[in-house]
Design a protein around this ligand. Structure first.
Ligand SMILES: *Cc1c(COP(=O)(O)O)cnc(C)c1O
Length: 441
């Protein structure tokens, strides 16, 4: 089949395989990639297939995916349980609208998530991406406050250095500088930001007093406190003490605000415990999950809240949570999520996270002595090398690929969050590749 006729399914392998030269030309000129210009400045790598922890590139080369497809593919690719769940569900129902209709995968996944959540969180809204789940969480907070007679509470208290997604509401609670708020200043709602919690053990008293006074100053305006607990991801791969999450809980309680924890990156075991907030002993009023929810198979996220939040939001003038995506609770995605969470309930992944953390710590140690490296930090199955300059992404990526590993650095960060199923040799290989990338960066 010709790939030029525009009708045949692209990527179908004919006798000679896809015409990658032609496909990549079209890709570079016509297809947006994340945070990229169009036409693109650098060509994307063609992936033919994937299995286990390896991506198979066009031409047959295999490389370890040290990014888990951006936190999502925690079990690697083509996992038999996830493949079976999706193909099995396909025999029943690929999709149906969720307005007025329901189905087994959605109900069972809601029940499953409720059983895995910190205490009190058992009401579930399925969204089609992490950003949308954050939008729904913010909207729920505003409706909650309005229904309690606090319509004036229209702002959120967020952490500098945070990342919560790319839609406008989510973007407004992202770090103002890293999120390039100035580009959208005429449109973007303005929130209140606490300084980023400093690194190191325990809670810095000067941070705490500054945070408490800023919160008090804006108390009457704040609907909720929003944060990624313990690990800030795309805002800078930053680690902070769980004690700060306890302070955020206290601040929210003191001022009648809700606490929204965004565990889209940190959830499902990535930091060690099932949820990062468990390391703080804190339960939020609303949690957002996504990314690894489906083991990286399909786009699905959820906003999960307490009964009190659900009942309050559902009262008032609207009498409903005012949101409803077309592909809400997609059955294929819910089936994948049931399979992935099923693995979390049966496998000894905490042992793997500890093993990955130890392996990454050891393998990344040599990076400390490299020129240009300002910090090396590991937490759970996350390893980060921070440079004193913006990374040369092409050079760093090429250096890692030469050692058989796919990474995707950003800003001043070379980092990895490997699939949980990497064996010790693969972890060492990833570590060596990250060190090589930092050297080339
Ligand atoms: C990725 C991410 C999001 C956004 O999720 P999308 O599925 O990309 O919309 C939100 N919050 C955090 C912490 C994330 O890491």
């Amino acid at each position: 089949m010709s790939s030029m006729d525009g009708l045949g399914p692209l990527g179908v392998t004919g006798l000679d395989g896809p015409d990658w030269a032609e496909l990549l030309g079209y890709d570079a000129g016509h297809v947006w990639h994340p945070y990229a210009p169009l036409p693109s400045a650098s060509p994307a790598l063609p992936v033919d297939s994937a299995e286990g922890v390896r991506l198979r590139l066009a031409g047959g080369r295999e490389v370890i995916d040290a990014m888990s497809s951006w936190w999502a593919a925690i079990w690697g690719y083509r996992h038999p349980a996830l493949d079976a769940a999706v193909t099995g569900q396909l025999q029943h129902l690929a999709h149906v609208m969720f307005g007025g209709l329901t189905h087994v995968p959605a109900i069972e996944l809601a029940r499953r998530l409720a059983s895995m959540m910190p205490p009190g969180l058992d009401r579930v809204f399925f969204a089609d991406s992490g950003s949308v789940s954050v939008e729904v969480a913010l909207k729920a907070c505003l409706q909650y406050q309005r229904n309690l007679g606090h319509a004036g509470r229209g702002k959120f208290l967020a952490l500098a250095g945070g990342y919560h997604g790319d839609t406008f509401g989510a973007m407004s609670v992202c770090d103002p500088v890293g999120g390039m708020h100035h580009l959208f200043a005429s449109f973007l709602p303005r929130q209140v930001f606490l300084p980023r919690p400093p690194a190191g053990e325990g809670v810095d008293p000067s941070w705490e007093s500054a945070a408490r006074s800023l919160a008090a100053e804006h108390a009457g305006d704040i609907a909720a406190v929003v944060a990624e607990p313990v690990v800030q991801g795309a805002g800078g791969m930053w680690l902070y003490d769980p004690g700060y999450v306890r302070v955020l809980r206290e601040i929210a309680d003191e001022h009648g605000a809700l606490l929204v924890l965004d565990e889209i990156a940190t959830g499902f075991g990535r930091t060690g415990p099932l949820w990062a907030c468990l390391s703080a002993g804190v339960s939020p009023d609303i949690m957002c999950v996504g990314k690894a929810l489906t083991g990286g198979y399909l786009s699905l996220a959820a906003m999960i809240c307490t009964k009190e939040v659900a009942l309050t939001v559902s009262g008032g003038e609207a009498g409903a949570l005012v949101h409803g995506p077309t592909f809400m609770a997609n059955p294929l995605a819910c089936a994948a999520a049931l399979a992935s969470t099923g693995l979390l309930l049966t496998l000894d992944w905490p042992r793997d996270i500890a093993r990955l953390e130890a392996g990454l710590r050891e393998a990344l140690t040599p990076a400390r002595r490299l020129p240009g490296v300002v910090d090396v930090r590991c937490h759970g199955a996350i390893g980060v090398v921070q440079m004193d300059h913006p990374v040369d992404v092409s050079a760093a990526t090429a250096a890692a690929l030469a050692l058989g590993v796919w990474i995707r650095p950003f800003r001043d960060l070379v980092y990895t969050m490997p699939p949980y199923i990497c064996d010790d040799d693969e972890v060492a290989q990833i570590g060596a590749a990250v060190v090589a990338a930092a050297k080339a960066a």
